[in-house]
Ligand binder design. Structure first.
Ligand code: G1P
Length: 294
């Protein structure tokens, strides 16, 4: 069955980006001039997703507005003959169908996904978490869709290797190796301490899940951090049906923290032909002015 819908939870308060997130949604903070959420939605759209389901909270209206038309701005740009900008703005406004569901209490990722149950209905779906931007010619979520398709619609969890010391930041999978990139999962655990981690294969927030996960989410108790964890539901799912973990290809940036955000900004600037040369000159000048030689 074709994956048509993607859940993108955006209810988090973005405390690591305070004070900016006091008044603006974390997802709207741009990397250069493109809001972080744009990259996530673009990944889904490039993978063929037709509907984005944002699970939101108070103060996130700007994310919904961003993917809506802005007729006043369009008229302004037209009047001022700024046609390139006009095209850009129009394209974003008609990029994809967006639905928003409120998560009234922040009870964890599992709870956020469950909030979207009625909009998803009885079909498999994707989940993309906004803190990780993955750049690749074939979108990461598309790679997982292809694995799912090849394995008769099985659940597929995107994974990457992390240093053992970082396992307590992620959901960690375990299972039997099928090939270089694929694991048949036997379970999953949320943020284990390095000494308890079964592997160093972490989930940076890309999932293909069957609708059955909703009924599991209704039954799981609170887990790590006293929250309802998607990881715990996937763990149950592994006991019931085939679930695969797949090491997708792509360069991943953890933009959920200031350092990763800065890294992404520098990298995107270096990869942008219109920005690169002048940015390099600026970088060299700044290093010099700060007495840094590399
Ligand atoms: C969530 C998930 C975790 C996953 C991570 C990826 O944790 O619970 O399994 O590995 O996202 O970013 P959070 O970072 O929201 O605490």
């Amino acid at each position: 069955m074709k994956i048509r819908k993607a859940i993108v939870p955006i209810a988090g308060k973005g405390t690591r980006f305070l004070p900016a997130t006091k008044e603006i949604a974390k997802e709207i903070i741009p990397i250069i001039n493109v809001p972080m959420i744009h990259y996530i939605v673009e990944e889904a759209v490039n993978a063929g997703i037709e509907q984005i389901v944002f699970v939101t909270a108070a103060g996130k209206f700007s994310v919904e507005d961003y993917f809506d038309r802005n007729l006043e701005l369009e008229h302004f740009l037209e009047r001022n003959k700024k046609f390139k900008e006009l095209e850009l703005v129009k394209r974003i406004g008609s990029m994809v169908e967006v639905t928003s569901i409120r998560q009234k209490e922040q009870l964890g990722l599992g709870h956020a996904v469950l909030c979207a149950k009625d909009v998803i209905g009885d079909e498999p779906f994707a989940v993309l978490l906004g803190d990780d931007i993955v750049r690749n010619r074939i979108p990461a979520i598309k790679q997982l869709m292809e694995v799912s398709e090849a394995r008769t619609g099985a659940a597929v969890i995107g994974v990457m290797e992390v240093p053992k010391s970082e396992t307590d930041k992620y959901g960690i999978v375990k299972g039997e190796i099928i090939d270089e990139k694929t694991l048949r999962m036997t379970g999953m655990v949320e943020k284990p301490k390095p000494e308890d981690a079964p592997t160093n294969l972490a989930t940076p927030g890309r999932y293909i899940l069957p609708p059955e996960v909703f009924s599991v989410l209704k039954t799981i108790p609170r887990g790590a951090g006293n929250e309802y964890q998607l990881t715990d539901a996937i763990n149950v799912l592994c006991q019931r049906r085939e679930v695969f973990a797949y090491r997708f290809e792509g360069e991943r940036f953890d933009t959920g923290n200031v350092h990763g955000y800065l890294e992404a900004t520098v990298d995107f600037a270096l990869k942008d032909p219109e920005i690169r040369d002048r940015f390099l000159t600026t970088l060299r000048e700044r290093l010099l002015k700060n007495g840094i030689s590399l």
